[in-house]
Ligand binder design. Structure first.
Ligand code: 5RP
Length: 229
């Protein structure tokens, strides 16, 4: 089983948690894209009814619209039953780093409020501690980017402004902000770090998702494994 097959396997497995009449937070990224596709197939077959998706990004919204999954915004719903999203790192306590796709703020807004937050990863995302492989994406107000970059040196972070790939200059998020990717040495206390980073003036949100995930479905060569809080 290659990584792509693992992503598909966890996306299929996540459907087990979806029932009629649910409002579902739709995450961002390649793994969640499979989930949206498979969710749509079940809806088209009539196996799921009265499903509404709350997208965490334009990517999720456009995919849902293309696949015919009804889309609503957060302010149109009373509650989110389940949210499904990928992650960049998962530690043994189900703490996450997210935000490679620069959608971390809306992802956290929605996933924090979900009755059940299900994370879909392949086994390459499992780490012993956060920041083992990936930096923490931090969404910042553009005017503050340079000051924040310097302030992050207090944490011994190697931090850089994220630059566009098919755009000149910095990546601009869907909220009109910049992203700083900060590689810390090792995050000992994810919750503490998540809160501390958000106290820096100009920081909108950061990609540490501590104590939010309820279930992590991990695609492995041996099949899907479940980690649960
Ligand atoms: O946080 C994210 C986007 O902001 C993604 O969920 C995360 O990067 C995982 O993506 P993929 O499933 O493509 O590996």
């Amino acid at each position: 089983m290659n990584v792509e097959d693992m992503k598909k396997a966890v996306a299929k497995e996540a459907l087990r948690y979806i029932e009629d009449d649910m409002v579902i937070g739709l995450g961002t990224g390649s793994t969640t894209a499979y989930f949206i596709q498979f969710l749509s197939e079940k809806i088209q077959k009539g196996e799921l009814e009265e499903i509404y998706g709350v997208p965490t990004s334009y990517q999720a919204k456009i995919l849902a619209m293309e696949y015919g999954v009804p889309v609503v915004s957060l302010d149109q719903v009373d509650a989110i039953d389940v949210a499904v999203d990928g992650a960049d790192e998962v530690d043994p306590n189900l703490n996450l780093i997210k935000g490679r796709g620069a959608a971390l703020t809306m992802e956290k807004i929605i996933e924090y409020r979900a009755g059940t937050f299900i994370v879909l990863v392949d086994e390459t995302k499992l780490v012993d501690y956060l920041c083992q492989k990936m930096p923490v994406p931090i969404e910042v107000i553009p005017a503050a980017w340079k000051a924040i970059l310097e302030e992050l040196s207090i944490f011994n972070a190697e931090a850089e402004l994220r630059m566009g790939k098919k755009k000149d200059g910095p990546v601009v998020t869907e909220n009109g902000n910049f992203i700083i990717d900060a590689k810390f040495q090792r995050i000992e206390d994810p919750l503490d770090m998540e809160i501390e980073l958000n106290t820096i003036p100009g920081v909108v949100e950061n990609g540490i998702f501590a104590d939010i995930a309820d279930i992590v479905l991990v695609g492995t060569k041996e099949g899907v494994k479940k980690m649960e809080r």
